[in-house]
Design a protein around this ligand. Structure first.
Ligand code: IMP
Ligand code: MG
Length: 179
């Protein structure tokens, strides 16, 4: 385990199992359809790639970079679109793939944007969910794992751009972000 971590939340094997379950849930929901799966970068990239490959249903993929954090561990509130989608969402069944739903601000922003552009349906799959931190009333349609008010990193999740490439998810030691 990386020395900056306090404990492991999900091992590689556990993540693989969660991904399979999420893919099966999506397959059941979108059988016979051709949805547009959107990865909210950069945090969801690892989850996204594993998830779309675990699905049987063919999907179109696209990417959007949204930034809500400065370099720290406290959200700045207003998510900024740093890179927009290439595809049109009009009339499409959209699957939004998020790393984590925290305050919910990013999700609300994405939902309003995508539905505002005329998507036919909007489904959110999140790897992690922190329900106790919510400031806006919003929910993922499917969340792989719920955690309390801890700061987690790995498998795409970062602290100041670090730890994203760890293949597992763990709780970051408080002394790392509180110094
Ligand atoms: P929200 O807009 O507050 O829901 O936050 C969404 C974004 O904050 C996520 O997509 C993450 O990039 C980031 N975030 C929230 N909690 C954590 C965490 O525990 N570790 C790493 N990133 C986090
Ligand atoms: Mg982040």
């Amino acid at each position: 385990m990386n020395g900056d971590l306090e404990s492991i939340v999900l091992t590689e094997e556990q993540i693989e199992q969660k991904v399979k379950e999420a893919a099966a849930w999506l397959d059941a929901r979108f059988a016979g359809k051709y949805p547009l799966a959107i990865s909210v970068l950069k945090g969801s990239v690892m989850f996204f790639c594993d998830l779309v490959r675990a699905m049987q249903t063919p999907v179109q993929i696209d990417f959007m970079t949204v930034s809500s954090y400065g370099s720290g561990s406290v959200s700045t509130g207003v998510p900024k679109i740093v890179m927009d989608l290439a595809a049109s969402v009009e009339g499409r069944d959209v699957i939004l793939v998020e790393d984590i739903v925290d305050s919910g601000n990013t999700l609300v922003r994405m939902r309003d944007l995508i539905l505002g552009r005329g998507a036919k349906s909007f489904t959110v799959v999140a790897l992690m969910d922190k329900p106790s931190r919510r400031v806006v009333d919003v929910k993922a349609d499917y969340a792989c794992y719920e955690i309390g008010d801890e700061f987690i990193v790995g498998y795409g999740l970062d602290y100041a751009q670090k730890y994203r490439t760890l293949p597992y998810i763990g709780i970051l030691k408080r002394e790392i972000y509180e110094k």
